[in-house]
Design a protein. Structure first.
Length: 219
């Protein structure tokens, strides 16, 4: 049975689909790439959310070289950073991040630093002081490295942290790190997170006098 309240010492926040709705851009870029590779765009989109681009490419085209995937990934990141049309905050994200201003939290995203800055800026959201981006890790989600590093930088064990994620790959990464998960949106609902909300308007954030963060589903 899914919880209605979770308690944490720190929060680890994915970006795309969790704080920022960038689905329009992601779908435009990946559809173009899929068509160029002779792949079904709809099937491609089922794979790509939550991962670094080159990791998705390696799964979709397993016989292609790593060098080709990395080259395509670099080109795709440049396209995504320049294309901010339709990038908006997930409902409730501004108030959610404002509630976290004095609480320990980190961004843990598969985007690189430039893309994270561009998308958070386009959505009008403040960048957390602690940021784990693509440059910070050697392995993409669903590998837990990003969440492990985020927890370590905040000074907490992963089990003391709650991760916020929207994708299967991201939820798998958080669980592998040992963190509980708040799932955001429809993709997350299928992965049985510890607590699920449609968006961040359905979540209340409070802190007690012992420094514990209480996350309560309100709808």
């Amino acid at each position: 049975m899914q919880a209605s309240t979770l308690t944490a010492r720190a929060l680890l926040l994915d970006m795309d689909g969790t704080l920022v709705n960038s689905d329009a851009v992601v779908e435009r870029v990946w559809r173009r790439w899929a068509v160029a590779q002779g792949l079904d765009p709809e099937e491609t989109l089922k794979v790509v959310h939550g991962r670094q681009g080159h990791a998705s490419m390696a799964e979709l085209l397993p016989h292609r070289s790593t060098a080709e995937n990395l080259a395509d990934n670099a080109d795709m990141l440049a396209q995504e950073t320049a294309d901010l049309d339709g990038v908006v905050p997930v409902p409730g994200a501004p108030a959610f991040l404002a509630a976290l201003a004095e609480l320990p939290h980190a961004l843990v995203t598969s985007a690189d630093a430039a893309l994270a800055e561009a998308r958070m800026g386009a959505a009008g959201l403040p960048l957390p002081a602690v940021r784990i981006t693509a440059e910070s890790v050697g392995a993409s989600k669903p590998d837990p490295e990003g969440f492990l590093k985020g927890a370590a930088e905040l000074g907490f064990a992963p089990a003391e942290c709650v991760a916020f994620e929207d994708s299967e790959a991201g939820i798998a990464a958080a669980r592998a790190a040992g963190s509980r998960v708040v799932g955001i949106g429809p993709r997350a609902a299928a992965c049985a997170p510890d607590l699920h909300v449609d968006d961040l308007t359905q979540l209340a954030v409070t802190a007690d006098h012992q420094g514990r963060i209480l996350l309560t589903r309100t709808a």
